[in-house]
Write a protein that binds this ligand. Structure first.
Ligand code: APR
Ligand code: ZN
Ligand code: ZN
Length: 362
């Protein structure tokens, strides 16, 4: 039986969000209904609300979520009712060229739930943000979007692995392959950059240099494991990173802003043969000009990191285990917990740079 629950809907471009009654269908083949316990408020939700991602309004927002599987459709074997799960954006197919070559984050055949959730009042179909739509008491997803993790972790912490925190940690440990003794610089210390710092610390980096234009962010970066900080409003960050690395540049530079000037800084702040990892997402009109001889002569590699190049079934349980064991404190990313009716307020606080993450708890 389809059921009615409360959820946060973005009705149209730049309109304030509303709490609506939404209809969640029973899970079809390969699908699951998840009772949401917590869901982080991410920039991407705000972009959806502003119409920056698609015009497919109304959106059911929320995509950094954890909860308990309530029911599953036919053919679902990996998760069962009662399982505590973290949700991911898309279920990968496991069969395409990207999947079989061990790069499932580039899967050509990802999918979300096929059935649609609807607005109870009008019957209108809802577009779930990033295929999840978890600012709701319950949501419908593809079963492959659910990854079982140790229920010893709180839901508000576990949910963060579904997006920004995974993107940052994965940029360091998966894409950048940061290893013991490496020098790492992270440019931009918001939630994603801070997670890259925590990931680099976890991986055993010898130095983790945090770069930001805001001293408050640099202070938080230190609590995440940064060993050095550079305010790039006051100091040339490329020079500072070179100085801090014996004149060489960092083995791995992670860019977590998404602007031409910070892309340039990342490019020049790496050691010869070092790695630049791009996590910050630029806008379509942004361009950067570089002398080709510098591209050729500096060697190394430039990589972009998609969703932290994560494999949810491998990475979510691992990071939860490390958190539960006290070796990685994911709780630091949760600035505040709020109710479903405070999402609009959480957007304002995020916009003002006041929070790493507000997390909606249900
Ligand atoms: N140099 C250094 N730091 C900067 C600069 C700059 N020129 N401009 C902004 N910053 C800092 C901000 O002060 C802030 O601390 O970058 C940080 C950005 O953080 P958030 O706005 O919280 O963004 P976050 O969620 O961390 O995402 C960062 O990664 O995944 C992508 O789409 C995401 O492009 C975004 C980026
Ligand atoms: Zn695939
Ligand atoms: Zn997100």
């Amino acid at each position: 039986m389809a059921q009615e629950v409360r959820g946060v809907v973005a009705p149209g471009k730049d309109e304030p969000v509303r709490i609506e009654t939404i209809v969640v269908p029973d899970p079809g083949p390969g699908e699951a209904v998840v009772k949401i316990q917590a869901c982080g408020v991410c920039h991407t939700d705000l972009h959806y609300k502003q119409g920056g991602i698609s015009d497919d309004f109304p959106f059911l927002l929320g995509h950094e979520a954890a909860g308990v599987v309530e029911s599953v459709g036919t053919g679902v074997t990996d998760v069962a009712p009662g399982d505590f799960v973290v949700l991911n954006w898309r279920a990968v197919c496991g069969k395409c060229r990207a999947c079989t070559r061990g790069r499932p984050w580039y899967c050509f055949d990802t999918h979300n739930a096929e059935q649609k959730m609807t607005l109870a009042s009008t019957g209108q179909e809802l577009s779930p943000a990033l295929g999840i739509g978890a600012f709701a008491e319950k949501t419908l997803v593809a079963a492959g979007q659910c990854t079982k993790v140790d229920p010893a972790v709180s839901a508000e912490v576990a949910g963060l692995l579904g997006c920004g925190v995974m993107a940052g940690i994965g940029a360091a440990i998966n894409t950048g392959n940061v290893g013991r003794g490496d020098t790492v610089a992270v440019i931009g210390c918001g939630g994603v950059g801070d997670a890259a710092i925590a990931g680099s610390h976890l991986a055993g980096a010898a130095k983790v240099i945090a770069v930001d234009i805001d001293d408050r962010k640099l202070e938080t970066a230190r609590s995440m494991g940064a060993t050095h900080t550079v305010n790039s409003r006051e100091t040339d960050p490329v020079e500072a990173i070179r100085e801090l690395t014996g004149g060489f540049g960092a083995d791995v530079v992670i860019e977590a802003v998404g602007r031409p000037e910070t892309y340039r800084q990342a490019f020049y702040a790496r050691d010869l043969a070092g790695t630049v990892v791009l996590v910050g997402v630029p806008t379509p009109e942004m361009k950067l000009e570089l002398p080709l001889l510098d591209v050729f002569g500096r060697g190394g590699s430039l990589k972009s990191s998609w969703y932290g190049d994560c494999l949810p079934s491998r990475d979510f349980p691992m990071l939860v285990d490390l958190h539960v064991q006290g070796r990685l404190d994911l709780g630091k990313f949760v600035t505040e917990t709020v109710g479903l009716d405070q999402v609009e307020h959480a957007f304002d606080r995020m916009h003002a740079g006041d929070v790493l993450r507000s997390v909606v708890v249900l």
